[in-house]
Ligand binder design. Sequence first.
Ligand SMILES: Nc1ncnc2c1ncn2[C@@H]1O[C@H](COP(=O)(O)OP(=O)(O)O)[C@@H](O)[C@H]1O
Ligand SMILES: [Mg+2]
Length: 363
Amino acid sequence: MTAPGREIRTHNDARGSVLMSLEIPGFADLVEIGRGGMSTVYSARDIVLDRPVALKVLTAELAADPGFRARFKREWKLVASFDHPHIVPVYAAGQVADRMYLAMRLVPGLDLGRLVARDGPLGLGRTASLIGQVAAALNAAHAAGLVHRDVKPRNVLIERRGSGEHCWLSDFGITKEVGGAETATMTGGLLLTAHYASPEQVRGGRLDARTDVYALGCLVFKCLTGSAPFVRDSEAGVLAAHLVDLPEPVTRFRPELSQSVDYVVSRALAKDPAGRYPTAGALAVALRQSAEEFAAAQTLVLRDRRPAERPPAPRPPTLAEVLPSQSSPCPERFGHRPAHSLRTPGDRPRLPAVLGAGRLDDG
Ligand SMILES: Nc1ncnc2c1ncn2[C@@H]1O[C@H](COP(=O)(O)OP(=O)(O)O)[C@@H](O)[C@H]1O
Ligand SMILES: [Mg+2]
């Protein structure tokens, strides 16, 4: 029997997960499912309620910092007061020996990083749907005066529901002001994820909701291209890029998309917060508009192609055939021509040249 709150590695199970002997009163069957810079996440069972939970256990080092403990409790009380369909519900929080833990809804499925790794770059419609849900969660948090500060693929959990995907945003506030000034280069393994850090986080400046808008823009880029906007050889290079480099246009990776997507990403990733969308919701609306225009344009392309792809319709009888005794004075006037041949070139819908060149959007 281990002392409560102590963990001992035991063995790997068939799936390679490390089974831990970590005693947290009230919870059983702990299996490690993920590990971040400051915590380990386990699937577990709430013994009394007999339901699955995700248990996030903070590193002993963090739990030992009284300032962090106080902030952790304050932030998570606020998050626990949310009742939002896209924010992971917190069930309980506590401390056992030198460990602090949170029990929350166990989201069955993948985080966004793993989803993109599995499926490759996502369709624009699917991206707009996922980002819209994350934006709804952020809007609610911002309205309550909370800035997330660590919006990144690993903090977006995705659950399949029927034919759709339900997004949950997790990890509010955990990284807030850890160890004092907040910058993306904090030491001690408590990094904000460099790839999603805003310029003001890199500089250690004041943060507000627009910091999350920047990170959300980075998520859009990740979904559509498969990687974060600034991929460099070193973390310092990534951080410097957030300060001075412009992101490559998404259309360079996805030529079938329209430049409205480039505009959305470049505005979300403006270096100056004043140049960004003022809210996460505004970014999501702009992206959804792009997706709807793209879907509508694709429908037009398909409709335009359809006659050529179909076998010609059977020819209707001419008047001469119907009335064999009379000769038609002008037979071609009654002859059938397929509908598309009646179109003049000027009838073609005007579309950007690239549309229709790529594969169909999966969204
Ligand atoms: N509530 C949850 N339900 C299911 N899986 C979760 C949950 N919370 C976290 N995870 C998984 O655990 C991994 C590690 O989470 P976390 O410790 O928060 O890492 P990070 O600090 O990088 O966000 C996540 O990438 C995710 O796959
Ligand atoms: Mg996390």
